[in-house]
Design a protein. Sequence first.
Length: 135
Amino acid sequence: MVLMELSKILITETSDHQIIVLKEKDGQRSFPIVIGINEAWAIDRAVKGITTPRPLTHDLIHNVIEGLNAGVVKVVINDLKNNTFYAKIVLQGNSALVEIDSRPSDAIALAMQKNTPIFVEKKVLEEVCGSESNL
């Protein structure tokens, strides 16, 4: 797995499709992911530390996880099929790790709330960016 960081959030209010860009933490490769407007706003709010008077969807999910005495350990973009990225949220419960299937946008929105690491499987990164040796 390769550690990534959120590089850009591109929000266009007149479009339903927004873009986030993930970049290798210790490298040059980056790639875009198309997401919905609500997920883009959630990620943007988390990055800027903006809170709302009442919990929104991603806040609620995070509160449920914490209420169950668990935490988000990491998120992993683990597959790419038919131009659609897949992700998993890795939670630490009492003593076990639990992996939850997720859209990347939702996983990243949760990760950004608590500065949780974002990883991408090497095979996915190489599929969208090529290998490091090709740079």
